[in-house]
Write a protein that binds this ligand. Structure first.
Ligand code: CO
Length: 135
């Protein structure tokens, strides 16, 4: 069975990263590692490491993504929980065999990582991401 190695990150959807940093960085004192444009996810992401995991602030950069809809409807909030695994594709096959719904058939391949999402209908309402580090 696939091993969930750690919580890689907790993603918070925000309408505006700079505005959100007034809480996460300035009030909470969490340093920003970097901010990255992620065109494949139609978003801009701020990475804020905390201990062995990190908070990611996700700001949509177009109107037609899931996270954009989420921000439009709720004004932002807890968006997804991400678990690091050894093998994203194998974990997807395993979950599918257990009747779990995924948002894609294949992992999304990005520089340094592969990722996939599990449908909230299969998780009790939480969007769950699987993440494989590929160095
Ligand atoms: Co994520």
């Amino acid at each position: 069975m696939a091993t969930m190695k750690k919580v890689n990150h907790i993603a918070v959807a925000v309408p505006d990263i700079e505005e959100a940093l007034k809480f996460w960085r300035d009030a909470m004192g969490i340093d920003v590692h970097h901010v990255e444009d992620v065109p494949s996810q139609k978003s801009k992401v701020a990475f804020l490491p905390v201990g062995d995991t990190e908070v990611e602030l996700v700001q949509p950069t177009s109107d037609d993504s899931g996270v954009a809809k989420f921000v439009a409807e709720k004004g932002g909030g807890m968006h997804h929980l991400c678990f690091e695994v050894d093998d994203c594709a194998a974990t997807m096959v395993e979950l599918k065999a257990k009747g779990i719904r995924l948002l894609s058939e294949e992992p999304n391949v990005l520089p340094g990582r592969k990722m996939a999402f599990i449908h909230p209908k299969s998780t009790g309402g939480v969007l769950v991401e699987l993440y494989e580090i590929t160095l």
